[in-house]
Design a protein around this ligand. Structure first.
Ligand code: AKG
Ligand code: FE2
Length: 347
């Protein structure tokens, strides 16, 4: 067994090099979210049940019927490609290290998502909720709130990415409603936590690794995500692998018209590990550049995540102490980014 450490403790898997088994899609279920936009309570309850099964057994599902227009998705990928094609100095001018809140550009090998590895083979650009400078939380330096950084040379980039970001927030609310149904909570239970949500979004660009591959330097190292859940959109290049409950890596190829949704560590903590935040990684050996857009959704920074009453009892005591979302996410970023560590080279 190989073990890696996550913010919620160690996780083990069978050593299989970089190989992953091709699994029937039934291992990562496809859930139609269309009923979550309609008035049929029984149909919504069925979505909740499918989400409960997926989040407890797999931690990953494909979501179709999400209502996000294909044109908006394609426009975002096109904008991302334009951004990564900029000269390195234009991208470095908005380096993520300029921002206490992790907004901006991360160059190749700037991150080390699996802390036991040697860096990730991708470039990224991060943005999050735009909160005005005069907002009291920004003034007080609450983690997660502040300005985005935008590339001066690419005026179309900001509106394209913000339009996609707004669509993800809207769909994220529907996923939280399905989580509430899955956990037998009132359907609007999570709304009170989402007044100024963590809504961190990235566009990522992965080169193809065509020669011999160092297992400690892949597209994105094995990790679990930090927030409540992630809505991932990828182009048609397969690379994502997901660890199943038997400790085997299985492929999670893109499915047309679907997002890939996975449970993050904060949701695992909130549910006392009833929901599984599953390890995953990405390795691009396709011979082509690969682009993906993860969107990480969580509660407002100051909200405290404390094991839900319905996810504990005398035989199942809380495994995690209460922690605010902001404190938790900041500690995970500190572990992941070289520039946030004491001995980091200057950007
Ligand atoms: O690009 C992908 O397929 C996965 C990205 C990912 O896991 C992440 O950014 O957390
Ligand atoms: Fe991830």
């Amino acid at each position: 067994m190989q073990t890696i450490t996550t913010g919620n403790g160690p996780r083990s898997f069978n050593p299989s090099g970089l190989q992953a088994r091709q699994a029937p899609f039934s291992e990562i279920p496809v859930i139609d979210f269309a009923p979550m936009f309609g008035g049929d309570a029984a149909a919504r309850a069925q979505v909740g049940e499918a989400v409960r099964k997926a989040c407890t057994e797999v931690g990953f599902f494909y979501a179709r019927g999400h209502g996000v227009p294909q044109g908006l998705i394609e426009g975002t990928f096109a904008a991302a490609q334009d951004f990564f094609a900029l000269p390195l100095e234009d991208k470095m001018a908005i380096h993520v290290g300029n921002s206490e809140n992790m907004r901006g550009y991360t160059p190749m090998l700037g991150e080390n998502t699996n802390t036991e590895s040697k860096g990730d083979m991708h470039e990224g650009f991060d943005l999050a909720l735009e909160v005005p400078q005069q907002d009291p939380d920004v003034q007080a330096g609450v983690f997660g709130y502040g300005p985005n950084q935008w590339p001066a040379a690419l005026p179309g980039f900001r509106p394209a990415l913000l339009a996609y970001h707004a669509a993800m927030i809207a769909f994220g609310h529907r996923i939280f409603a399905a989580f509430a149904l899955a956990l037998e909570l009132p359907e609007d239970f999570f709304e009170a936590y989402l007044d100024k949500p963590m809504a961190h979004m990235r566009v990522l660009s992965y080169p193809s690794q065509d020669g011999p591959i160092d297992e400690a330097q892949i597209g994105i190292g094995a990790h679990s995500d930090y927030e409540c859940f992630t809505i991932l959109c990828t182009d048609e290049v397969p690379a994502l692998q997901v660890l199943n409950s038997a400790g085997e890596w299985i492929q999670a190829p893109p499915l047309p018209g679907c997002f890939i949704v996975n449970v993050g560590d904060l949701m695992a903590r909130w549910t006392n590990d009833y929901f599984a935040s599953t390890l995953h990684r990405a390795i691009n050996t396709s011979g082509r550049q690969r682009y993906s857009i993860p969107f990480f959704f969580g509660t407002s920074s100051k909200r405290v995540i404390e094991v839900l009453p319905s996810c504990q009892n005398a035989d199942w005591p809380p495994r995690y102490p209460p922690i605010s979302t902001g404190d938790y996410i900041r500690s995970r970023f500190d572990d992941t980014y070289f520039h946030r560590q004491g001995d980091a080279p200057a950007p």
